[in-house]
Design a protein around this ligand. Structure first.
Ligand SMILES: Nc1nc2c(c(=O)[nH]1)N[C@H]1C(S)=C(S)[C@@H](COP(=O)(O)O)O[C@H]1N2
Ligand SMILES: [Mo]
Length: 319
């Protein structure tokens, strides 16, 4: 049973607080400081971030990707101190600390459902399936903030091809680890655990869909979904499930956690779409972490090459 509504709040209320991560700007910028004062931001706006630089093991032999954007990367400290990871906390400033001791080895991923090669794979074997690429993607949260991140991984299709799904497999479902001992957020029923997400097979096979195990040159920090997550850059952030332990192939559309939690607010597709408002806020603009002025949100988050996946579909209905 759910004891409370998930704490999703519109960006207009949360982003001034996010600027605390850039402490120098925060103190220097009168406009920024004024905005924070208006929202009554607490003293912890002046706290230092938990982590400031990539200290995780490096990933060698990175290939560059033609899919990378040339936009400025969001600072590491912003991407790793402001996270949605409800298994650890509903407070975006807390996963960095709360996930610090999360155990990501040994780690296996179960491949099952409508697939020829049902198997349990070690994450280290998965990481070696294909050469690692650096993909600098825009990533937009449904709440109105966005980041530009040099993710590391390879196309999810590499794993799917090797698993050899049956023709009747029309969808792929991702399940996050369930371990309330390690994940304090799972001791609270804000969402139904474990976290589940899904993609249509053609979406999952699209070369942009990334199976991800690193960022900023190194292994993924725990708060960003270590040891293995997906990154689906044309969809709202919640489609990109973290800390995945199961990949299931199925003939019927999976019920993703956020849709189950609030079906009128979160659909299965959740393509970034500035023309379809969230029932409680506009989706027309977004704020890059570390910046102050909002920018317009682009259809499919600017990844126009996926448009053909949805030709003939009413994207207002299939939100
Ligand atoms: N298992 C799990 N995956 C998750 C979430 C979560 O709470 N649990 N949050 C999602 C949301 S809402 C967003 S915006 C992104 C955030 O990814 P980041 O912290 O690496 O920026 O992760 C997504 N994946
Ligand atoms: Mo999100």
């Amino acid at each position: 049973m759910l004891i409370g509504k998930p704490a999703e709040i519109p960006s207009s209320e949360i982003t001034p607080k996010a600027t605390y991560l850039n402490r120098r700007n925060f103190i220097a910028g009168a406009a920024t400081a004024g905005a924070a004062a208006l929202t009554g931001a607490a003293f912890r706006d002046f706290a230092e971030p938990t982590v400031t630089a990539q200290a995780n093991p490096k990933i060698e032999g990175l290939r560059k990707s033609p899919f990378s954007t040339t936009e400025t990367e969001t600072p590491y400290k912003d991407v790793t101190n402001y996270n949605n990871f409800y298994e650890f906390s509903t407070d975006k400033y807390e996963p960095a600390e709360a996930a610090k001791n999360f155990k990501t080895r040994p780690w296996t991923v179960t491949i099952d459902g409508d697939v020829k090669k049902k198997q349990v794979l070690d994450v280290d074997a998965i990481m070696k399936m294909a050469p690692p690429e650096e993909r600098i993607y825009r990533h937009r949260c449904v709440e109105g903030w966005s980041i530009v991140v040099p993710w590391i991984g390879f196309s999810l299709s590499e794993l799917i091809k090797r698993a050899d799904p049956l023709p009747k497999a029309k969808f792929v479902e991702f399940t996050t680890l369930y371990d309330p001992k390690q994940m304090p957020g799972q001791r609270v029923n804000v969402l139904k655990w474990p976290y589940v997400e899904g993609l249509r097979m053609d979406e999952a096979m699209h070369p942009l869909a990334l199976l991800c195990f690193g960022m900023y040159g190194g292994v993924l920090p725990n708060q960003d979904g270590a040891p293995l997550r997906v990154v689906i850059p044309w969809k709202y952030g919640f489609k990109s499930a973290k800390s995945i332990v199961r990949i299931r192939f199925t003939g019927s559309q999976p019920l993703n956690t956020w849709q189950e939690s609030a079906p009128n607010e979160y659909g299965f597709y959740s393509n970034v779409n500035p023309n379809v408002d969230h029932p409680r806020w506009s989706q027309a603009k977004e704020r890059r972490l570390g910046e102050f002025i909002k920018r317009p949100t682009l259809m499919f988050n600017g990844y126009d090459q996926v448009a053909s996946l949805y030709s003939g579909m009413d994207l207002k209905k299939n939100f």
